[in-house]
Each structure stands twice: as structure tokens, then as C-alpha cells.
Ligand binder design. Structure first.
Ligand SMILES: [Zn+2]
Length: 501
């Protein structure tokens, strides 16, 4: 077969897979926002059916033949052409899909389902012993999977590749180490200082007004509401259904408006990335996000570098005061200090901007040690508590607030956690590069001008799709290797301002 013809077949194959995938995404979205309680059983079956069809199509042996007919031909000589990018990434995903024997795939799916239900049952009781066997099984199967998939340096990299294509644990370690040391040092400086006044929480924020304010903020930042929508859910998420349809969700705390505000800004950051991807390449890797960490760099940039900045509060606080009488006496300065506060706690998802990364790095250290065979699953609780003490100076009162708090490991998601902190590191590095070109953005934000930043992100990151892997993208956009220095500088400046250091 001619390479052109084979490439055409691959394009159609890829687009069909994307349609199946995003249709499942739409069903998931509905399941978490609008489905009636009695609809869940049927929904699980619908999703399972689509997943089965998706897997059959994904492993279609003809795709392997088409790939072989295209690879090494003139069509893919220019490495950053759409054709070369697509073929590179199709090869990556196709190999992954076909290398795993069905027996292993079935065992993994079962162990994941068991792991999650065991975790759900055991967590409320902090019953590690009841959960441990499921985790032992999952670790064993994921190690087996890594061996089947193959890797250059170590097994963990094979798992990491699912979320961060091409990333290596050994490259992440020194970047994280620098961030950890600096964060712990900064945290020490803040210990025993007086906390910013609680000026925002514990007041009355009618939900209808919260929703209106959140939509207004998201729209002002550049989220296109005609290509998206905001709905209510338990645990906020965003989902891209396709060009012209990138949705966000949030939950509301009637006594703390900033809860919904920051989750909306975060999810809108994800959705704006989706809205900025090249439509003409939809359904192919060239039109997709680069990696989970790059996705997270976008949400974190809007949430923390924009949403928690003095300029943002200078611009929006008069508007918030108009909507919420409870905020009439709260100055932009006090509100911004409050949202910058640092308070070490046990729970990752409730952590502030500074300590959040310590939670993530702790998990990365532990799962890496387990995958390297340096730590047994049975030793995780003790190792967890030890690291909590070292990094955050806290001892969890129970496993539910310690080693058992996250859902990730119960589903066998090893290699996922580092993407959160990589996202923060990349956000800082991208933001510094944007600022170098656009000038100080604090004044722009204070004038309500967010388009220059979004325009820069569109050009430098969104429009590139998956052309470059995350590390190469950072290098290309900022001229430097990934470096935690920019995040440390940002966090230091923020804390110094909030605590009058
Ligand atoms: Zn996110």
C-alpha cells in the first residue's frame, strides 16, 4: 500500500477512536452532573460496551500494517510535521494497546475494580489491612505490565509514559528535590507567623450569585461559554467533548465563595487549553494536549498565577462586592492575602499552593520506591507517616487522613501524581517566559486585561498540540530545561507579600 493511502486510513481510524472516546467522555460527564440516581447501572453498561468497541478498534491489526507502510517514508521525514507527529504518537499508543496480552488486561481491569471497592469500604474505617492485599496485587500487575511494555531505564518509566509521554523518573527526581528543599525552607520561615485574617469564609453566599460570578470571571479570563458550559458536580472536573465543546464543572460551598471560584478558574484553565487546540487536527495527536502535566500547567497558571494574584483581586473585588453584600468591607488586599495563606494539613486536595507540592512529592517518592523494589507495600503506612513528618511536620491521626486518602493507588494509577507538581513547575516557567515577552502582567490583570496572556498561551502552547513532548515543549518555549527555580521564586514572593516578610 502507498504511504499516502495508508496515512489516510490511519487518519480515519484515529478520528473514529476519538469519536468513541469523547462519546464515552460525554456519558461520564452526564453521569457526574445530570443522571438520575437510578440510571447508573445502565450507564455503566453503556460505557462498558463503548469501551469494548474502542479496544477492538484500537488494536485492529490493520492499523499495524498501515503504520508499517508509512514509517520511514518521505511522508514523515520532517519530525514536526502533522504526519510525523501523528505517526509517532499512533505508534506509541498502538504498541501499548497490542503488547498487553488479554489475560493481563483482564486481570488488571478486575484488580482495579476490586481495588477501588476495597478502598471505598476500608477507607472510612482507616483499615489498611483490609486494603493492602488489593494494593499488593495491583503493584504486581503493574510491574508485570511495565515489563511487557518495556523501558529503557526502569519499570516506573513505562507507567509514567501513560500520562507523561517520554518522561523519565530519573529526570524528574532532581527537579523535585530542588523544589522540596526550597519549599521546606520557606515553610520554616512561615512557622509561628500570624495568619492572614479570615475575611472571606463563614459568610453567606447564595448559590445562584456564586454561579453568576463564576461564569462572569471565567468569561472575562477568556473561556468561551458558547463553546463550553458550567455545571454542578461533587468533585469538579473538566472534559473536552470536541471542537466547540469544552465543559467545566464546580461544587459550591454556601459559606466560602472562593471554593467555587478557584475550582472554576482551574477548570476553565483546562478548558481554554482545549478550546485553543487546532480544530483542523481534531481527532489526531497533532490536535491533542501535549501531556497531563502540560494540561495541569494551564489550569494552575490561571488558578494560581492569575487567580491568586494582587492584580486579579484589584480588578474583581469591586465586582464581587457588588454581587455579595458579605464582602462589602473586605478590601482587595485582605482578600488576596487570605487566598495566599499557607496552612500545612494532612489532605492533599485541601492543601494551599505552597504545601500542595510536598504532598505530591511524598507520593512520588513512595510509589517510585515501591516500583524500584526498595519499599514493600506493607511498609507504606509507616513510610508515609515518616515523610509527612519530614516534609510537613505533621503526623496523620489515621490512615484515612494519611496513606489511604487518595483514590489513585486503589485504581493502580502509579505514575500519575508527579504530573500535578510538574504542572506547577511548568506553569511557573511558562508564566516567567510570557512575562518576559509581555511585560509585567500584574498591571494588566488589575485593568482586567487577560487576553494578552491567553494569546501568548494559544500561540506558544495550545496551537502546538502534541507536536513536542512536555520536556521539549518547555525547552522550546522557555529556552531552558524544566527548572523548579521559577516556581520557588513565585512562591517566595507570594508568601513574603502575604506574611509581610
Ligand atoms: Zn487540574
Amino acid at each position: 500500500m502507498q504511504s499516502r493511502e495508508a496515512y489516510g486510513k490511519l487518519l480515519a481510524w484515529s478520528r473514529e477512536l476519538a469519536h468513541l472516546g469523547t462519546t464515552m467522555g460525554l456519558l461520564h460527564w452526564d453521569q457526574r452532573t445530570h443522571i438520575p440516581p437510578k440510571g447508573h447501572d445502565n450507564r455503566a453498561e453503556q460505557i462498558a460496551t463503548l469501551a469494548r468497541i474502542h479496544h477492538q478498534r484500537e488494536t485492529d491489526p490493520r492499523a499495524g500494517e498501515w503504520l508499517a507502510a508509512v514509517e520511514g517514508t518521505d511522508l514523515v521525514t520532517e519530525p514536526e510535521s502533522a504526519e510525523a507527529v501523528n505517526v509517532r504518537e499512533w505508534r506509541r499508543s498502538y504498541d501499548k494497546a497490542v503488547k498487553i496480552p488479554e489475560s493481563l488486561a483482564v486481570a488488571l481491569a478486575k484488580a482495579q475494580a476490586h481495588g477501588q471497592s476495597a478502598w471505598e469500604k476500608a477507607k472510612p474505617q482507616s483499615d489498611w489491612a483490609a486494603f493492602q492485599p488489593s494494593l499488593v496485587e495491583l503493584v504486581g500487575l503493574r510491574k508485570e505490565q511495565a515489563e511487557v511494555l518495556g523501558y529503557e531505564h526502569e519499570a516506573y518509566d513505562a507507567l509514567l509514559d501513560d500520562y507523561e509521554p517520554g518522561a523519565k523518573a530519573a529526570e524528574i527526581e532532581p527537579v523535585f528535590r530542588a523544589l522540596r528543599v526550597a519549599t521546606v525552607k520557606l515553610l520554616d520561615r512561615l512557622r509561628d507567623l500570624e495568619q492572614p485574617k479570615t475575611v472571606v469564609v463563614g459568610k453567606d453566599y447564595p448559590l445562584i450569585d456564586q454561579e453568576r460570578a463564576c461564569m462572569a470571571v471565567a468569561a472575562r479570563l477568556g473561556y468561551d461559554l458558547e463553546a463550553g458550559r458550567l455545571d454542578t458536580t461533587m468533585h469538579p472536573f473538566s472534559t473536552c467533548i470536541g471542537p466547540g465543546d469544552a465543559r467545566i464543572t464546580t461544587s459550591y460551598d454556601p459559606q466560602d465563595f472562593t471554593d467555587a471560584l478557584f475550582s472554576v478558574v482551574h477548570e476553565a484553565g483546562h478548558a481554554m487549553y482545549s478550546q485553543g487546540q487546532p480544530k483542523e487536527h481534531h481527532g489526531t495527536p497533532r490536535g491533542e494536549y501535549a501531556s497531563l502535566s502540560v494540561h495541569e500547567s494551564q489550569s494552575r497558571m490561571w488558578e494560581n498565577f492569575v487567580g491568586r494574584s494582587p492584580g486579579f483581586w484589584a480588578f474583581f473585588q469591586p465586582y464581587f462586592q457588588m454581587i455579595f453584600p458579605a464582602l462589602r468591607d473586605v478590601s482587595a488586599h485582605d482578600a488576596q492575602r487570605w487566598v495566599s495563606r499557607v496552612q500545612p494539613g494532612y489532605i492533599r486536595v485541601q492543601a494551599d499552593e505552597l504545601t500542595y507540592n510536598l504532598h505530591v512529592m511524598l507520593r512520588f517518592d513512595l510509589e517510585l520506591a515501591v516500583m524500584r523494589g526498595k519499599l514493600g507495600v506493607a511498609d507504606l503506612p509507616e513510610a508515609w507517616d515518616g515523610k509527612m513528618q519530614d516534609y510537613l511536620g505533621l503526623k496523620p491521626p489515621c490512615h484515612a487522613k494519611g496513606v489511604m486518602q487518595d483514590v489513585h493507588w486503589s485504581g493502580g494509577l502509579f505514575g500519575y501524581f508527579p504530573t500535578y507538581t510538574l504542572g506547577n513547575i511548568y506553569a511557573a516557567q511558562f508564566f516567567a517566559a510570557a512575562q518576559q515577552e509581555l511585560g509585567d502582567m500584574g498591571d494588566m490583570f488589575a485593568r482586567g486585561e487577560f487576553a494578552p496572556l491567553l494569546g501568548w498561551l494559544r500561540r506558544e502552547i495550545h496551537s502546538r498540540g502534541k507536536t513536542l513532548l512536555a520536556r521539549d515543549l518547555v525547552q522550546r518555549v522557555t529556552g531552558q530545561e524544566p527548572d523548579a527555580r521559577y516556581l520557588v521564586e513565585h512562591l517566595t514572593a507570594r508568601c513574603e507579600r502575604a506574611y509581610y516578610l
